[in-house]
Design a protein around this ligand. Structure first.
Ligand code: ADP
Length: 424
Protein backbone atom coordinates (compact mmCIF):
# COMPACT_ATOMS: atom_id res chain seq x y z
CA UNK A 1 0.00 0.00 0.00
CA UNK A 2 2.80 2.43 0.95
CA UNK A 3 4.84 1.33 -2.06
CA UNK A 4 2.02 2.31 -4.43
CA UNK A 5 1.42 5.58 -2.57
CA UNK A 6 5.10 6.39 -2.81
CA UNK A 7 5.18 5.76 -6.56
CA UNK A 8 1.99 7.69 -7.08
CA UNK A 9 3.37 10.69 -5.16
CA UNK A 10 6.57 10.51 -7.20
CA UNK A 11 4.65 10.43 -10.49
CA UNK A 12 2.45 13.38 -9.48
CA UNK A 13 5.43 15.37 -8.30
CA UNK A 14 7.35 14.68 -11.52
CA UNK A 15 4.31 15.46 -13.65
CA UNK A 16 3.68 18.75 -11.85
CA UNK A 17 7.31 19.78 -12.23
CA UNK A 18 7.26 18.63 -15.87
CA UNK A 19 4.28 20.87 -16.60
CA UNK A 20 5.96 23.83 -14.89
CA UNK A 21 9.19 23.24 -16.85
CA UNK A 22 7.32 22.92 -20.16
CA UNK A 23 5.39 26.15 -19.50
CA UNK A 24 8.57 28.04 -18.56
CA UNK A 25 10.46 26.51 -21.53
CA UNK A 26 7.67 27.45 -23.96
CA UNK A 27 7.62 31.02 -22.60
CA UNK A 28 11.40 31.34 -22.96
CA UNK A 29 11.35 29.88 -26.48
CA UNK A 30 8.45 32.00 -27.71
CA UNK A 31 9.75 35.29 -26.30
CA UNK A 32 13.23 34.63 -27.68
CA UNK A 33 11.78 33.80 -31.10
CA UNK A 34 9.58 36.89 -31.06
CA UNK A 35 12.54 39.09 -30.06
CA UNK A 36 14.78 37.63 -32.80
CA UNK A 37 12.20 38.02 -35.58
CA UNK A 38 11.13 41.47 -34.39
CA UNK A 39 14.75 42.47 -34.85
CA UNK A 40 14.79 40.94 -38.39
CA UNK A 41 11.52 42.71 -39.29
CA UNK A 42 12.59 46.15 -38.10
CA UNK A 43 15.91 45.68 -39.85
CA UNK A 44 14.19 44.90 -43.14
CA UNK A 45 11.74 47.77 -42.67
CA UNK A 46 14.47 50.35 -42.10
CA UNK A 47 16.49 49.12 -45.12
CA UNK A 48 13.39 49.19 -47.30
CA UNK A 49 12.60 52.73 -46.11
CA UNK A 50 16.05 53.96 -46.98
CA UNK A 51 15.93 52.38 -50.44
CA UNK A 52 12.44 53.71 -51.06
CA UNK A 53 13.60 57.27 -50.44
CA UNK A 54 16.31 56.91 -53.09
CA UNK A 55 14.29 54.90 -55.57
CA UNK A 56 10.98 56.73 -55.76
CA UNK A 57 12.43 60.02 -57.13
CA UNK A 58 14.24 58.03 -59.82
CA UNK A 59 11.00 56.27 -60.74
CA UNK A 60 9.19 59.61 -60.85
CA UNK A 61 11.79 61.20 -63.06
CA UNK A 62 11.71 58.58 -65.84
CA UNK A 63 9.46 59.08 -68.82
CA UNK A 64 8.85 55.79 -70.62
CA UNK A 65 6.42 53.02 -69.73
CA UNK A 66 9.04 50.39 -68.94
CA UNK A 67 11.59 50.48 -66.22
CA UNK A 68 14.93 51.68 -67.48
CA UNK A 69 17.28 48.78 -67.92
CA UNK A 70 19.94 50.50 -65.90
CA UNK A 71 17.81 51.02 -62.82
CA UNK A 72 20.10 50.30 -59.94
CA UNK A 73 18.63 49.12 -56.72
CA UNK A 74 20.22 48.33 -53.46
CA UNK A 75 23.55 49.39 -52.05
CA UNK A 76 26.51 48.86 -54.38
CA UNK A 77 27.81 46.16 -52.05
CA UNK A 78 25.21 44.15 -50.22
CA UNK A 79 26.54 43.17 -46.86
CA UNK A 80 25.12 40.69 -44.40
CA UNK A 81 23.29 38.75 -47.14
CA UNK A 82 20.56 41.32 -47.80
CA UNK A 83 19.00 41.21 -51.23
CA UNK A 84 16.80 43.75 -53.03
CA UNK A 85 14.44 43.31 -55.96
CA UNK A 86 11.80 45.22 -57.93
CA UNK A 87 8.92 43.15 -59.23
CA UNK A 88 5.78 43.93 -61.21
CA UNK A 89 2.38 43.39 -59.46
CA UNK A 90 2.18 40.12 -61.40
CA UNK A 91 5.36 38.95 -59.71
CA UNK A 92 7.55 39.40 -62.79
CA UNK A 93 11.16 40.13 -61.80
CA UNK A 94 12.27 43.50 -63.16
CA UNK A 95 15.53 44.44 -61.44
CA UNK A 96 17.53 43.43 -58.38
CA UNK A 97 20.86 43.02 -56.70
CA UNK A 98 23.11 40.31 -58.11
CA UNK A 99 22.48 38.06 -55.10
CA UNK A 100 18.71 37.77 -55.67
CA UNK A 101 17.49 34.21 -55.80
CA UNK A 102 14.16 34.21 -57.68
CA UNK A 103 13.04 31.17 -55.68
CA UNK A 104 13.29 33.21 -52.50
CA UNK A 105 11.03 36.09 -53.58
CA UNK A 106 7.56 36.55 -52.07
CA UNK A 107 4.64 34.57 -53.49
CA UNK A 108 1.69 36.22 -55.23
CA UNK A 109 -0.60 36.22 -52.22
CA UNK A 110 1.98 38.26 -50.26
CA UNK A 111 2.30 40.61 -53.25
CA UNK A 112 -1.48 41.05 -53.25
CA UNK A 113 -1.39 41.84 -49.54
CA UNK A 114 1.34 44.43 -50.16
CA UNK A 115 -0.59 46.00 -53.06
CA UNK A 116 -3.63 46.30 -50.82
CA UNK A 117 -1.99 47.36 -47.53
CA UNK A 118 1.19 49.03 -48.75
CA UNK A 119 3.50 46.42 -47.24
CA UNK A 120 3.67 42.77 -46.15
CA UNK A 121 6.07 40.17 -44.75
CA UNK A 122 6.68 36.66 -46.06
CA UNK A 123 8.75 33.66 -45.01
CA UNK A 124 10.25 32.01 -48.08
CA UNK A 125 12.89 29.46 -48.92
CA UNK A 126 15.90 29.87 -51.19
CA UNK A 127 16.63 27.38 -53.93
CA UNK A 128 19.19 25.85 -51.56
CA UNK A 129 16.60 25.35 -48.86
CA UNK A 130 17.64 28.23 -46.55
CA UNK A 131 14.91 30.10 -44.71
CA UNK A 132 14.46 33.70 -45.82
CA UNK A 133 12.40 36.60 -44.55
CA UNK A 134 11.16 39.06 -47.14
CA UNK A 135 9.60 42.50 -46.69
CA UNK A 136 7.49 43.73 -49.63
CA UNK A 137 6.68 47.45 -50.11
CA UNK A 138 4.38 48.99 -52.69
CA UNK A 139 6.01 51.74 -54.79
CA UNK A 140 3.58 54.19 -56.34
CA UNK A 141 5.05 55.53 -59.61
CA UNK A 142 3.46 58.28 -61.72
CA UNK A 143 0.46 57.55 -63.92
CA UNK A 144 -0.93 55.01 -61.51
CA UNK A 145 1.80 52.46 -62.22
CA UNK A 146 2.66 50.21 -59.38
CA UNK A 147 5.81 48.32 -58.59
CA UNK A 148 6.80 46.29 -55.61
CA UNK A 149 10.12 46.36 -53.86
CA UNK A 150 11.30 43.32 -51.93
CA UNK A 151 14.04 43.42 -49.32
CA UNK A 152 15.02 40.17 -47.71
CA UNK A 153 17.67 38.18 -45.97
CA UNK A 154 18.45 34.73 -44.73
CA UNK A 155 17.16 33.87 -41.24
CA UNK A 156 19.28 30.73 -40.94
CA UNK A 157 21.29 32.15 -38.01
CA UNK A 158 18.08 32.92 -36.11
CA UNK A 159 16.70 29.45 -36.84
CA UNK A 160 19.97 27.87 -35.81
CA UNK A 161 20.00 29.84 -32.54
CA UNK A 162 16.41 28.76 -31.88
CA UNK A 163 17.25 25.12 -32.62
CA UNK A 164 20.12 25.32 -30.16
CA UNK A 165 17.86 26.94 -27.53
CA UNK A 166 15.29 24.18 -28.07
CA UNK A 167 17.98 21.56 -27.57
CA UNK A 168 19.13 23.21 -24.32
CA UNK A 169 15.53 23.49 -23.09
CA UNK A 170 14.78 19.85 -23.95
CA UNK A 171 17.95 18.78 -22.17
CA UNK A 172 16.95 20.88 -19.15
CA UNK A 173 13.48 19.35 -19.17
CA UNK A 174 14.84 15.80 -19.35
CA UNK A 175 17.41 16.42 -16.63
CA UNK A 176 14.85 18.25 -14.49
CA UNK A 177 12.36 15.40 -14.79
CA UNK A 178 14.99 12.83 -13.89
CA UNK A 179 16.04 14.89 -10.87
CA UNK A 180 12.40 15.47 -9.91
CA UNK A 181 11.64 11.74 -10.09
CA UNK A 182 14.66 10.84 -7.96
CA UNK A 183 14.09 13.55 -5.35
CA UNK A 184 10.32 12.93 -5.41
CA UNK A 185 10.90 9.27 -4.67
CA UNK A 186 13.26 10.11 -1.82
CA UNK A 187 11.08 12.86 -0.35
CA UNK A 188 7.85 10.87 -0.55
CA UNK A 189 9.58 8.00 1.23
CA UNK A 190 10.57 10.37 4.00
CA UNK A 191 7.13 12.00 4.14
CA UNK A 192 5.38 8.65 4.36
CA UNK A 193 7.59 7.31 7.14
CA UNK A 194 5.71 8.90 10.09
CA UNK A 195 2.38 7.94 8.51
CA UNK A 196 3.55 4.37 8.20
CA UNK A 197 4.76 4.38 11.82
CA UNK A 198 1.40 5.78 12.97
CA UNK A 199 -0.49 3.16 10.99
CA UNK A 200 1.71 0.37 12.30
CA UNK A 201 1.10 1.44 15.89
CA UNK A 202 -2.61 1.83 15.15
CA UNK A 203 -2.68 -1.68 13.73
CA UNK A 204 -0.84 -3.03 16.77
CA UNK A 205 -3.27 -1.15 19.02
CA UNK A 206 -6.30 -2.65 17.28
CA UNK A 207 -4.74 -6.13 17.41
CA UNK A 208 -3.99 -5.85 21.13
CA UNK A 209 -7.39 -4.33 21.84
CA UNK A 210 -9.26 -7.13 20.08
CA UNK A 211 -7.21 -9.64 21.99
CA UNK A 212 -8.01 -7.93 25.30
CA UNK A 213 -11.71 -7.66 24.47
CA UNK A 214 -11.96 -11.33 23.57
CA UNK A 215 -11.19 -12.67 27.04
CA UNK A 216 -13.98 -10.93 29.00
CA UNK A 217 -16.40 -11.60 26.16
CA UNK A 218 -15.72 -15.31 26.20
CA UNK A 219 -15.99 -15.40 30.01
CA UNK A 220 -19.37 -13.63 29.80
CA UNK A 221 -20.53 -16.02 27.10
CA UNK A 222 -19.39 -19.12 29.01
CA UNK A 223 -21.23 -17.96 32.14
CA UNK A 224 -24.38 -17.09 30.20
CA UNK A 225 -24.33 -20.57 28.64
CA UNK A 226 -23.94 -22.09 32.08
CA UNK A 227 -26.99 -20.18 33.32
CA UNK A 228 -28.93 -21.29 30.24
CA UNK A 229 -28.13 -24.94 30.87
CA UNK A 230 -29.52 -24.58 34.41
CA UNK A 231 -32.62 -22.52 33.64
CA UNK A 232 -34.76 -24.54 36.02
CA UNK A 233 -32.50 -23.78 38.97
CA UNK A 234 -32.88 -20.60 40.98
CA UNK A 235 -30.33 -17.86 40.09
CA UNK A 236 -28.96 -18.04 43.63
CA UNK A 237 -27.68 -21.53 42.85
CA UNK A 238 -25.43 -20.03 40.13
CA UNK A 239 -24.68 -16.64 41.67
CA UNK A 240 -20.96 -17.14 40.94
CA UNK A 241 -21.72 -17.06 37.17
CA UNK A 242 -23.77 -13.88 37.61
CA UNK A 243 -20.93 -12.26 39.61
CA UNK A 244 -18.49 -13.19 36.87
CA UNK A 245 -20.70 -11.68 34.19
CA UNK A 246 -20.95 -8.46 36.18
CA UNK A 247 -17.25 -8.22 36.93
CA UNK A 248 -16.26 -9.04 33.33
CA UNK A 249 -18.77 -6.48 32.05
CA UNK A 250 -17.14 -3.93 34.38
CA UNK A 251 -13.74 -4.88 33.00
CA UNK A 252 -15.06 -4.49 29.43
CA UNK A 253 -16.58 -1.11 30.21
CA UNK A 254 -13.32 0.10 31.79
CA UNK A 255 -11.28 -1.20 28.88
CA UNK A 256 -13.53 0.44 26.29
CA UNK A 257 -13.49 3.76 28.14
CA UNK A 258 -9.66 3.64 28.42
CA UNK A 259 -9.38 2.87 24.70
CA UNK A 260 -11.70 5.75 23.92
CA UNK A 261 -9.59 8.11 26.03
CA UNK A 262 -6.43 7.09 24.17
CA UNK A 263 -8.13 7.26 20.77
CA UNK A 264 -9.32 10.79 21.51
CA UNK A 265 -5.87 11.71 22.76
CA UNK A 266 -4.36 10.39 19.50
CA UNK A 267 -6.85 12.29 17.39
CA UNK A 268 -6.09 15.45 19.36
CA UNK A 269 -9.80 15.72 20.19
CA UNK A 270 -9.44 15.28 23.92
CA UNK A 271 -9.65 18.95 24.83
CA UNK A 272 -8.69 19.74 28.43
CA UNK A 273 -11.28 21.70 30.37
CA UNK A 274 -8.93 23.94 32.29
CA UNK A 275 -9.70 25.48 35.63
CA UNK A 276 -7.94 26.33 38.89
CA UNK A 277 -7.20 22.97 40.57
CA UNK A 278 -6.14 22.45 44.18
CA UNK A 279 -3.85 19.47 43.69
CA UNK A 280 -3.49 18.74 47.43
CA UNK A 281 -7.26 18.63 47.92
CA UNK A 282 -7.61 16.42 44.85
CA UNK A 283 -5.02 14.00 46.31
CA UNK A 284 -6.88 13.90 49.63
CA UNK A 285 -10.06 13.06 47.78
CA UNK A 286 -8.37 10.26 45.83
CA UNK A 287 -6.81 8.83 48.99
CA UNK A 288 -10.20 8.86 50.72
CA UNK A 289 -11.89 7.04 47.86
CA UNK A 290 -9.14 4.41 47.59
CA UNK A 291 -8.63 3.77 51.30
CA UNK A 292 -11.28 1.04 51.42
CA UNK A 293 -9.63 -0.82 48.52
CA UNK A 294 -6.24 -0.53 50.25
CA UNK A 295 -7.63 -1.78 53.57
CA UNK A 296 -9.27 -4.73 51.86
CA UNK A 297 -5.85 -5.73 50.50
CA UNK A 298 -4.19 -5.11 53.87
CA UNK A 299 -2.14 -2.21 52.49
CA UNK A 300 -1.80 1.05 54.38
CA UNK A 301 -2.36 4.22 52.40
CA UNK A 302 -0.76 7.44 53.61
CA UNK A 303 -0.84 10.94 52.25
CA UNK A 304 1.76 13.66 52.64
CA UNK A 305 0.96 17.23 51.57
CA UNK A 306 3.36 20.12 51.99
CA UNK A 307 0.54 22.66 51.83
CA UNK A 308 -1.79 24.05 49.21
CA UNK A 309 -0.62 23.46 45.65
CA UNK A 310 -2.70 25.14 42.98
CA UNK A 311 -2.36 24.99 39.23
CA UNK A 312 -4.37 25.42 36.05
CA UNK A 313 -5.41 22.04 34.74
CA UNK A 314 -8.18 19.60 34.04
CA UNK A 315 -9.37 18.43 37.47
CA UNK A 316 -11.02 15.24 36.22
CA UNK A 317 -7.95 14.14 34.28
CA UNK A 318 -5.57 14.98 37.13
CA UNK A 319 -7.77 12.96 39.48
CA UNK A 320 -7.69 10.06 37.02
CA UNK A 321 -3.89 10.32 36.87
CA UNK A 322 -3.64 9.98 40.66
CA UNK A 323 -6.20 7.16 40.71
CA UNK A 324 -4.24 5.18 38.09
CA UNK A 325 -0.95 5.51 40.02
CA UNK A 326 -2.46 4.86 43.44
CA UNK A 327 -4.55 1.95 42.16
CA UNK A 328 -1.44 0.37 40.60
CA UNK A 329 0.55 0.87 43.81
CA UNK A 330 -2.17 -0.87 45.83
CA UNK A 331 -2.58 -3.65 43.23
CA UNK A 332 1.09 -4.51 43.04
CA UNK A 333 1.79 -4.34 46.78
CA UNK A 334 1.28 -7.37 49.00
CA UNK A 335 -0.52 -7.31 52.35
CA UNK A 336 1.24 -5.30 55.12
CA UNK A 337 2.84 -3.10 52.47
CA UNK A 338 2.67 0.68 52.34
CA UNK A 339 1.52 3.13 49.70
CA UNK A 340 2.25 6.82 49.97
CA UNK A 341 0.70 9.67 47.99
CA UNK A 342 2.62 12.93 48.12
CA UNK A 343 1.88 16.35 46.62
CA UNK A 344 4.52 19.05 46.84
CA UNK A 345 5.50 22.34 45.42
CA UNK A 346 9.08 21.77 44.24
CA UNK A 347 11.70 24.49 44.52
CA UNK A 348 11.81 24.59 40.69
CA UNK A 349 8.32 26.05 40.84
CA UNK A 350 6.79 22.83 39.63
CA UNK A 351 4.14 20.77 41.36
CA UNK A 352 5.13 17.19 42.11
CA UNK A 353 2.83 14.24 42.61
CA UNK A 354 4.67 11.20 43.91
CA UNK A 355 3.17 7.76 44.46
CA UNK A 356 5.47 5.25 46.12
CA UNK A 357 4.89 1.73 47.35
CA UNK A 358 6.73 -1.08 49.06
CA UNK A 359 5.47 -3.57 46.48
CA UNK A 360 6.92 -6.11 44.07
CA UNK A 361 8.80 -3.54 42.01
CA UNK A 362 9.41 -3.64 38.28
CA UNK A 363 12.35 -5.48 36.69
CA UNK A 364 14.89 -3.16 35.04
CA UNK A 365 14.33 -4.64 31.56
CA UNK A 366 10.59 -3.92 31.80
CA UNK A 367 10.96 -0.29 32.97
CA UNK A 368 11.36 1.25 29.48
CA UNK A 369 8.11 -0.39 28.35
CA UNK A 370 5.67 0.13 31.18
CA UNK A 371 4.18 3.29 29.63
CA UNK A 372 3.50 1.41 26.36
CA UNK A 373 -0.07 0.52 25.54
CA UNK A 374 -1.16 -2.97 26.63
CA UNK A 375 2.23 -3.64 28.17
CA UNK A 376 2.14 -5.65 31.39
CA UNK A 377 5.10 -7.08 33.21
CA UNK A 378 3.28 -10.19 34.35
CA UNK A 379 0.28 -10.78 32.15
CA UNK A 380 -1.30 -13.45 34.33
CA UNK A 381 -1.00 -11.42 37.53
CA UNK A 382 -2.15 -8.17 35.93
CA UNK A 383 -5.26 -9.83 34.56
CA UNK A 384 -5.97 -11.27 37.97
CA UNK A 385 -5.86 -7.79 39.51
CA UNK A 386 -7.78 -6.29 36.64
CA UNK A 387 -5.52 -4.28 34.32
CA UNK A 388 -5.16 -4.36 30.55
CA UNK A 389 -1.95 -2.34 30.47
CA UNK A 390 -3.49 0.96 29.39
CA UNK A 391 -3.43 2.79 32.74
CA UNK A 392 0.13 4.10 32.57
CA UNK A 393 -0.24 5.04 28.90
CA UNK A 394 -3.17 7.24 29.90
CA UNK A 395 -1.26 8.59 32.92
CA UNK A 396 1.61 9.64 30.68
CA UNK A 397 -0.75 11.29 28.20
CA UNK A 398 -2.44 13.27 31.04
CA UNK A 399 0.93 14.43 32.41
CA UNK A 400 2.15 15.47 28.96
CA UNK A 401 -1.14 17.13 28.00
CA UNK A 402 -0.56 19.39 31.04
CA UNK A 403 2.95 20.20 29.83
CA UNK A 404 4.43 17.93 32.47
CA UNK A 405 6.26 14.62 32.60
CA UNK A 406 6.15 11.31 34.39
CA UNK A 407 9.02 9.05 35.43
CA UNK A 408 9.45 5.85 37.36
CA UNK A 409 12.08 4.41 39.64
CA UNK A 410 11.81 0.87 40.85
CA UNK A 411 13.74 -1.61 42.88
CA UNK A 412 12.42 -5.15 42.47
CA UNK A 413 11.43 -6.53 45.86
CA UNK A 414 11.72 -3.11 47.52
CA UNK A 415 9.18 -0.89 45.81
CA UNK A 416 8.31 1.54 43.08
CA UNK A 417 8.00 5.31 42.91
CA UNK A 418 6.17 7.21 40.17
CA UNK A 419 6.90 10.96 40.02
CA UNK A 420 4.78 13.37 38.03
CA UNK A 421 5.99 16.93 37.52
CA UNK A 422 3.49 19.54 36.44
CA UNK A 423 4.11 23.19 35.61
CA UNK A 424 2.27 25.49 37.99
P1 ADP B 1 -2.45 -2.30 34.28
O1 ADP B 1 -3.77 -1.79 33.97
O2 ADP B 1 -2.17 -3.66 33.81
O3 ADP B 1 -2.04 -2.05 35.68
P2 ADP B 1 -0.67 -0.16 33.66
O4 ADP B 1 -0.41 0.48 32.36
O5 ADP B 1 -1.27 0.67 34.72
O6 ADP B 1 -1.50 -1.44 33.34
O7 ADP B 1 0.68 -0.75 34.16
C1 ADP B 1 1.52 -1.47 33.29
C2 ADP B 1 2.33 -2.51 34.02
O8 ADP B 1 3.30 -1.87 34.85
C3 ADP B 1 1.51 -3.31 34.95
O9 ADP B 1 0.97 -4.43 34.30
C4 ADP B 1 2.51 -3.73 36.01
O10 ADP B 1 3.20 -4.89 35.58
C5 ADP B 1 3.50 -2.60 36.02
N1 ADP B 1 3.27 -1.71 37.18
C6 ADP B 1 2.59 -0.54 37.15
N2 ADP B 1 2.61 0.05 38.37
C7 ADP B 1 3.32 -0.77 39.19
C8 ADP B 1 3.72 -0.71 40.55
N3 ADP B 1 3.37 0.30 41.34
N4 ADP B 1 4.45 -1.73 41.02
C9 ADP B 1 4.82 -2.75 40.23
N5 ADP B 1 4.49 -2.86 38.94
C10 ADP B 1 3.76 -1.88 38.40
Amino acid sequence: MFGTARWRLTVWFTLALGIILVVIGAAVYLTTRAALFDQVNSDLESRAGREQRLLVPRLLSRRGGDLPGDLIIGPAFTTGGYFYAIVAPTGEFLAGTPNVDPAGLADTSTLEDALRDGHAFADTESSEGDSLRVYVVRLDAPRGERFLMEVGRSTETEHQALRRLLLVLAGGLGGGLLLAAASGYLLSGRALRPIRAAMDSQRAFIGDASHELRTPLSVIRANAELLKRHLSEPVSANHKAVDDIISESDRLARLVSQMLTLAQADAGQAALSLSEVALDELADEVARSMRLLAERRGVSLETDMSGPVRLRGDGDLLRELMVILTDNAIKYTDADGKVRLEVRRASSGKATVRVSDTGSGIPADALPHIFDRFYRVDKARSREVGGAGLGLAIARWIAEAHGGSIRVESDPGVGTTFTVELPV
